[in-house]
Design a binder for this molecule. Structure first.
Ligand SMILES: Nc1ncnc2c1ncn2[C@@H]1O[C@H](COP(=O)(O)OP(=O)(O)OP(=O)(O)O)[C@@H](O)[C@H]1O
Ligand SMILES: [Mg+2]
Length: 363
């Protein structure tokens, strides 16, 4: 069974000076007026799971006039505890069961999170980097060994680009790094492809339920170089352009994953509400792939779920969240925004918290 957050102590996160939530449930709804602190609660959970903010810099997370913010979480089953503290000067302290942990990678495996916020539209309308990060988040949790290859590739391409930029044309050293990134790049790309073949059908299934009127939705993946060629061949072909411009033109750093509707880019044809449904579909598909791969469930942080959605579609998103075993944290303005559209049979599973001026109380 996956970890669920049962207790949450928040200190100095935005307008939350000291918030203690002791009895979190599978589905937790935070409602309240604009500026009351709802998104800040989700930020705090994100800080706990990922050691960083989902919106801005750490500076913007720490309550004005303070030096650091701290979040502590108690998990069930297994009674694990995690704590994250981040200071204005960039220092990070992560503790798992009271012992310091050195890397964020160790932390994210304990409380994997999926975030759906206004910024998530970037997945459709933003630059490819946001989509690669999304894809890699999923690959990281499902394909073992991916992170190592990814790190190896990042190191390799950095070295290769330095050589290209400084115009060191000796060729030999460059060839070493070309072979190195060809190898690690092929490996990480194979992991991405394996993952993509799991994700695409899940996404299709989910979208049939979420937006049946959207026909011929298709998720397409591009690996970042001519698929007829090996990466080594593609790198060799682009060598003169790489030397001329001082960076590596082809490879998995150029990968992309895009949604098409009837052959057209979703970002260009879908309405805002339809885009939100597609974004939810992508994130939910990722969670399902993770659960199927027996990596446990990720918890969902859904900021302002009803925004952009009509009642029927908000209800469809809620039904999906209700049918999953993942833990969910939702924000909305009025409690009825969610309670009225949550499936009737799941009504009892909703834990409602009223957020008011930086405090959250169970209703
Ligand atoms: N670093 C900070 N220190 C103190 N207060 C902050 C800080 N950053 C933001 N705030 C304030 O925290 C309050 C809560 O912000 P938050 O985004 O959580 O509100 P919200 O309940 O999600 O509102 P909305 O319904 O408008 O989305 C706001 O009044 C905001 O101005
Ligand atoms: Mg908000």
């Amino acid at each position: 069974m996956s970890n669920q957050l049962r207790r949450l102590h928040i200190n100095q996160v935005r307008n939350l000076d000291s918030v203690r939530l002791e009895d979190l449930q599978r589905v937790n709804v935070f409602f309240g007026a604009n500026g009351s602190g709802k998104t800040s609660v989700l930020e705090a959970i994100h800080l706990l799971g990922m050691a960083r903010s989902f919106r801005g810099s750490i500076r913007s997370l720490v309550t004005h006039g303070h030096q650091a913010c701290t979040v502590f979480g108690g998990l069930t089953p297994g009674n694990q505890s995690i704590g994250v503290q981040r200071g204005l000067t960039g220092d990070v302290q992560i503790k798992v069961n009271g012992s310091s942990v050195r890397t964020v990678a160790e932390l994210v495996a304990i409380l994997p999170l999926q975030v759906i916020t206004a910024e998530s539209f970037d997945l459709l309308t933003g630059a490819p980097g946001a989509r690669r990060r999304f894809l890699d988040w999923g690959v990281f949790h499902v394909e073992q060994g991916f992170y190592g290859q990814w790190q190896r590739y990042q190191r390799g391409i950095k070295q290769r680009n330095i050589l290209l930029r400084h115009g060191k044309m000796s060729g030999q050293e460059l060839a070493v790094w070309t072979r190195e990134i060809a190898q690690s790049g092929e490996a990480l790309s194979a992991d991405r492809e394996a993952y993509f073949t799991r994700l695409a059908p899940r996404f299709r299934d989910i979208m049939e339920g979420l937006a049946p009127s959207l026909k011929d939705l298709e998720l397409r993946y591009r690996k970042g170089w001519d698929k007829q060629l090996s990466l080594l061949e593609a790198l060799e072909n682009s060598l003169s352009a790489d030397r001329e411009q001082g960076y590596t033109h082809v490879g998995p750093q150029r990968a992309d994953m895009r949604v098409f509707v009837d052959g057209r880019l979703a970002a260009e044809v879908l309405s805002r509400g339809q885009q939100k449904l597609v974004v939810c579909g992508l994130k939910l598909a990722q969670g399902m792939v993770m659960a199927e791969a027996e990596r446990g469930n990720c918890a969902y942080l859904v900021d302002d779920l009803p925004a952009e959605l009509d009642r029927e579609h908000a209800g469809l998103v809620c039904s999906l969240l209700s049918s999953m075993s993942a833990q969910v944290f939702i924000t909305c303005v009025q409690r009825e925004d969610i309670s009225a559209v949550w499936p009737a049979e799941g009504g009892a599973e909703l834990a409602m918290f009223h957020v008011e001026q930086g405090n959250a109380t169970r209703q």
